[in-house]
Design a binder for this molecule. Structure first.
Ligand code: FAD
Length: 455
């Protein structure tokens, strides 16, 4: 019998913690978890899932407009925010029960409360000390607002899911994926949306063609996107919030949402006092096996700020459990992780951007196509799809695939398997397309783009 109450204590019942707990318990470990808010974590409660439900809801706004070209008369279509939010909350409540059930079915002891670490083998939760052989930090992150006067008048994604009413005029701050997604959500529901981003172009870190193309598409859908523009102050005015901008102008809004970054949840956990190294952002520094500088303390997911995506947190949690409790040495591989941005239109991406590929391989071949989706020919929509292949010229391996267009995430998921398997451009060429689809363009691009990478 071990000298500790549990073999593993997990702090945080989100994506990484749930997977690690279930798998470790499956190997026979005695596991406990503490969750201070709701089981399922950010993804299920106030991230991926409720966000995607809102995206689905808001897409109908555009679909009704498009329907006219196909002969439909959609009269009297009205949107009710309260119904959308109530139905979303019902679904999230259902999922939360499932996530709690995963722990209970696996025999994991659950503590509902905030946990802190007292010493390298002791966690305190609800005033009670609990000992464990290993501790896994899976506490995720939280949104941060810009440090400007009036920041307390802003909301973040956390509050956006619970607004009492749909704001008429919304200002979204930020150029990352969450900012782009919420700009699309509010726009689709009929709000007047201004998106402000202080940098040169939205979606920093993505392929430049994708960034530029998406920016143009967002504007076409009616979003007032302003780059190189930041907010300096927010005040309460008579007709709503008054937002001062770096260009000296002001805007009026009913809601200002900051999507300006997230910070790992390590404040007040007690980790520094134990000698656990944190980086300047407050993220737990870990090695490739998610082990911190204190050997029996591990960390997975957003709290490590490696690649902040749910499937990555899940895999890190799984690899941790396999390695530490399953006797199999496993680690997360961060190459060719596909991702989507559920903007409208959406973005799908896997592998390297053109700029990254040029840096790594020197000579790369680029294939790119921009075209009008078939659906738009009759609906009269202005949207254009962009698809791009980045190929290592020497080996012919496809090293990056990017898309802006409807259901880009669904399309890129399949292509990610090809990249993982090492597919070459010749393999893409030898693949028969599915006609008529947008996706078939990925196997019919023949002409190389002959221009240097954009800055
Ligand atoms: P989390 O899921 O955040 O779980 C951490 C848990 O720890 C939380 O439940 C928290 O309450 C709990 N906790 C924190 N501190 C303590 C403590 N001291 N004691 C007890 N409990 C504690 N990713 C995608 O892959 N696709 C998407 O489409 C996507 N959309 C997103 C949209 C939004 C708006 C946001 C904010 C995020 C989105 N993400 C998306 C990111 C994804 O949600 C995270 O990468 C993922 O949830 C990280 O999992 P995690 O286990 O590290 O942390």
């Amino acid at each position: 019998m071990s000298q500790y109450d549990f073999d593993l204590f997990i702090i945080g019942g989100g994506s990484g913690g749930v997977r690690a707990g279930r798998i470790a318990a499956g190997y026979g470990a005695r596991v406990a978890v503490a969750e201070e808010y709701r089981y399922g974590g950010t993804c299920v409660i106030r991230g991926c899932v409720p966000k995607k439900l809102l995206v689905y809801g808001s897409e109908f706004g555009h679909a009704f407009e498009e329907a006219a070209g196909f002969g439909w008369t959609v009269s009297g279509a009205r949107f009710d925010w309260a119904t959308m939010i109530a139905n979303k909350d019902k679904e999230i409540g259902r999922l939360e029960k499932i996530y709690r059930g995963i722990f209970e079915n696996a025999g994991v002891k659950t503590f509902d409360g905030r946990a802190t670490v007292k010493d390298v083998h002791t966690v305190v939760v609800n005033g009670k000390s609990v000992s464990a052989g290993k501790i896994l930090i899976a506490t995720g992150g939280h949104p941060v607002k810009p440090a400007v006067p009036g920041a307390e008048l802003m909301i973040t994604s956390n509050e956006a899911f619970h607004l009492k009413a749909l704001p008429k005029r919304v200002i979204i701050l930020g150029g990352g994926y969450i900012a782009c997604e919420f700009a699309g959500i509010f726009n689709g529901f009929g709000s007047e949306v201004t998106q402000l981003y202080r940098g040169e172009q939205i979606l920093r870190g993505f392929d430049d063609d994708i960034r530029n193309h998406l920016a143009g598409e967002l504007v076409k859908t009616g979003i007032d996107l302003r780059v190189k523009t930041d907010v300096t102050k927010v005040e309460k005015g008579k007709g709503g919030l008054i937002v001062s901008l770096t260009d000296g102008s002001t805007l009026q809004a009913d809601c200002v949402m900051a999507a300006t970054g997230r910070r790992p949840n390590t404040d007040g956990l007690g980790l520094e006092a134990l000698g656990v190294d944190l980086d300047e952002e407050g993220a737990v520094v870990v090695d490739e096996y998610s082990q911190s500088s204190v050997p029996n303390i591990y960390a997975v997911g957003d709290v490590t700020n490696r690649m902040n995506l749910t499937p990555v947190a899940i895999r890190e949690g799984h690899a941790f459990a396999d390695t530490v409790f399953g006797g199999k040495s496993r680690r997360m591989v961060y190459e060719n992780v596909p991702a989507a941005v559920f903007s409208q239109p959406s973005v799908g991406t896997v592998g390297l951007s053109e700029a990254e590929a040029r840096k790594r391989f020197g000579e790369v071949d680029v294939y790119r196509t921009v075209f009008r989706p078939m659906r738009a020919t009759i609906s009269g929509g202005e949207g254009r799809i962009m698809m791009k292949l980045v190929v290592d010229a020497k080996s012919d391996r496809v090293v990056g695939v990017h898309m802006v267009g409807h259901e880009a995430g669904e399309i890129i998921q399949g292509i990610a398997i090809a990249l993982k398997a090492g597919a070459t451009k010749a393999d893409f060429d030898a693949t028969v397309g599915i006609h008529p689809t947008a996706a078939e363009e990925f196997v019919t691009m023949r002409e190389k783009v002959r221009e240097p990478v954009r800055a």
